[in-house]
Design a protein around this ligand. Structure first.
Ligand code: HEC
Ligand code: HEC
Length: 260
């Protein structure tokens, strides 16, 4: 007897046919999906593009409802650890990224900075088409954005980031002092309240790429005050200052577990 009272053979056949059709459709879809690294790409829409620093009307850190709600929500470290599973393929389970600079170090970053960057990527004001499918609002909720920020910001900043050549550190120090430390801090600690990132312990090659992108206007969510400063820097200057920054370390106990 059918486990579903009133179910006819016809109905069962029809559901079986639907299941089969769906299964083969899925199989066909799976075959046509390009094999993207490093995990299966979740099915989402492409990253949107929102006007950024290239537009006249650009306002840095403009009020954004999603950012405001993520900042209001209380992040849960354990839920954040679980939500971060989709991110591990690139950023590694401990958030330390890759020393070749392809993926940034995220551990110990200010929660505000993490939230701003995630929300900017979701909104398409910071271009990151590779990451967008994993971080879009279809994959992680605003609550999970807050949870991930709580999880990552409480992790210690690793001390073994990728470094530069080490041959222009004295020059890097001079270039950093007075121009960069006013926002990023003498020890590279940034300023969570102002959304200024921690740069201590970040990978050299990532810092260099971002500093260039900010100078050249291709990191479109940049702070115009930083752009003004960094515009005067040659590529060699940026190499020296990035190398110096990657070697900074936060004083012991500077971590802010679960901080907002
Ligand atoms: C496919 C690889 C990939 C995946 C998966 C990925 N990211 Fe990223 N992420 C990147 C890349 C690449 C960058 C740096 C982009 C650039 O150079 O501007 C980045 C940047 C970031 C930044 C900004 C860091 C900073 O210092 O400004 C945050 C925060 C971040 N990712 C969080 C996440 C979270 C959370 C997830 C999971 C929901 C995730 N990422 C998944 C590749 C990835
Ligand atoms: C007015 C404050 C300010 C000054 C001065 C400043 N920065 Fe920044 N910097 C920022 C902010 C804010 C961000 C994050 C951009 C955003 O909002 O997305 C940033 C991001 C960066 C990043 C990328 C970090 C990451 O995690 O993605 C690098 C590298 C950097 N700054 C280097 C420098 C250097 C080198 C100097 C000095 C020549 C400098 N900054 C001066 C505010 C500043």
């Amino acid at each position: 007897m059918s486990p579903f009272p009133g179910e006819t053979n016809m109905m069962r056949l029809r559901s079986a046919a639907i299941v089969m059709a769906l299964t083969s459709a899925c199989a066909a879809l799976a075959q046509t999906q390009p094999q993207t690294q490093p995990q299966t790409q979740p099915q989402t829409q492409p990253q949107p593009r929102t006007p950024g620093i290239e537009s006249r009307a650009y306002v840095w850190n403009r009020p954004n409802p999603e950012r405001a709600s993520a900042m209001k929500l209380k992040g849960d470290v354990e839920r954040g650890r679980i939500a971060f599973e989709v991110c591990r393929g690139c950023h590694k389970a401990d958030g330390s990224g890759r020393s070749d600079g392809s993926y940034p170090q995220l551990a110990g970053q200010h929660a505000t900075v993490l939230i701003k960057q995630m929300v900017d990527i979701r909104a398409g004001v910071r271009d990151n088409p590779k990451m967008h499918p994993f971080a879009s609002e279809r994959v992680i909720s605003v609550q999970e954005v807050a949870d991930i920020a709580a999880f990552l910001s409480g992790l210690p900043v690793p001390g073994d980031s990728g470094k530069g050549q080490g041959d222009a550190l004295a020059r890097g120090k001079v270039l950093y002092a007075g121009n960069c430390d006013s926002c990023h801090g003498a020890n590279g600690e940034g300023d969570g309240k102002k959304f200024y990132p921690v740069v201590a312990g970040q990978h050299y090659l990532y810092l260099l790429r971002e500093a260039r992108d900010i100078r050249d206007g291709t990191r479109r969510n940049a702070n115009p005050k930083m752009v003004k400063v960094v515009k005067k820097y040659s590529d060699a200057d940026l190499e020296a200052v990035s190398d110096y920054m990657s070697r900074l370390s936060l004083p012991a106990g500077a971590g802010k577990p679960g901080a907002k």
